[in-house]
Write a protein that binds this ligand. Sequence first.
Ligand code: NAD
Length: 508
Amino acid sequence: MRAGTVRPDGKADMVARVTPVDPFDLVIFGGTGDLARRRILPGLYRRFRDGHLPGDTRIVGAARSRLDSAAWRAETARALEAALPAPLLDAETRAAFLQRLSYVPLDVASPGRPSDTPDGWAALRARLHPGRVQAFHLSVAPDLFGPLAAELHRHGLAGDKARIVVEKPFGHDLASARTLNRTLARHFSEDQIYRIDHYLGKETVQNLMAVRFGNMLFEPLWKNQYIDHVQITVAETVGAGGRAAYYDRAGAMRDMVQNHLMQLLCLIAMEPPSRYEPDAVRDEKLKVIRALRPPAPGDIVRGQYRAGELGGIAVPGYGEDVGAPGSPTESFVALKLHIANWRWNGTPFYLRTGKRMGARHSEIVVRFKEPPHSIFEEDTGKGANELRIRLQPNEGIDLSVTIKAPGPGAMRLINVPLDMTFAEALGAGAETVPDAYERLIMDVIRGNQTLFMRGDEVEAAWSWTDSARAAWAKGRQSPAPYDAGSTGPDAASILMHRDGRRWRELSP
Ligand code: NAD
């Protein structure tokens, strides 16, 4: 948000200026898949509706299903209806958007499995416009990332104007991430590779940088001397059943901590970059990951949900959900982390994430220390300031400050939030806060990699994750059970209580 831009009528323009782009081609490999239907295509529709897909910009779906363009358009129309509020979908705009779409059946060959649509690549090439930015979104299973990059190169589609967007998971450990980086590097240069972590596209996450580095207020206090601790929570109510095979191999640590939570931690902990530019920001994030100590075994809590109740509905336990009773995979992890540098020495970072928790709730809480001396009577009440960055639901930032309880009575202190809820800040005309994918895809077209992970960053995050996993592998402890619909295992609360702290409550 570029708050404060002044329009000719003298009113503040609250909405960010958009950098226009030239017409481009976007190919969605996996165009019939879940991610394309739920996030990518609806996001593109919204950009189209706002006039950001100029001229004859084309969107090509490519996937294994043997559909024609008309059938894919019909499928996409249904997907838009499911994903977007009805007022956004007026018939004229929808028809004009669907006109931009076409489909190519294309089965990407992988080692040991030849393609059964050998003419797919020729058909795809024929749809593209040489000389334009050509973005290839790899929204397919991770084992196809490498083969797809190689095929793109082999078919002459890896030229200077080409960009590839790689979904998560980017590898499952350091060795596999390195191999994937090397494979991609054989066919594309680093500035053509966009490793997506959609958390970085969230409005609040970017606002975190704006709040930190655009104000004088916070940065002088942003250090161990004034910050008691930081807690990062990403709680989901969904179970692991939707992606059972993948999830049971990965677990919460690899699925969530290595990427999303690590990225949030980096943005909180990094030094101010010299400019808001891709490498300046990513260099600083990398330094944080490298300064992160592997957690001591006693600072890791792993959990696994058992059957319980969520919103009044009985839900099965993890083993039943993933079809693997007795599975040792964690669906919850809580960690206490230390960043070994001057700024953060002695300030712990607590992270927790889990499935089937009581509420869908993601936030970062930066808790400041209490004032060193209170001038008020002992029973007046007191509190520490907290900066809360809410990612979902209800994206926004609030800062709790201590004030006097209103009224003529004695001096009593209460904590109240100074709230900045983005949906409100954007005004009544803004239907919702923009989806992360909308911004990220447009950044790919603009060639801006600031909100994408660099290869060395991903490898550093895996290196740390591997060492943390090695620490618990030594203990051979099974994950602690927790009830579906709860806040996780008791041990996660104890992780905080033993330090005289507590997690903020999960609120729906
Ligand atoms: P999906 O299984 O729903 O869709 C997979 C798509 O790949 C389909 O369009 C299918 O036709 C296509 N496909 C499969 N084999 C192919 C081949 N050999 N050649 C060409 N196309 C082929 O998967 P999804 O949930 O959409 O996920 C896609 C990617 O995005 C995965 O890497 C996943 O990890 C990642 N991702 C998904 C989500 C999500 O919410 N779905 C979230 C984050 C990351």
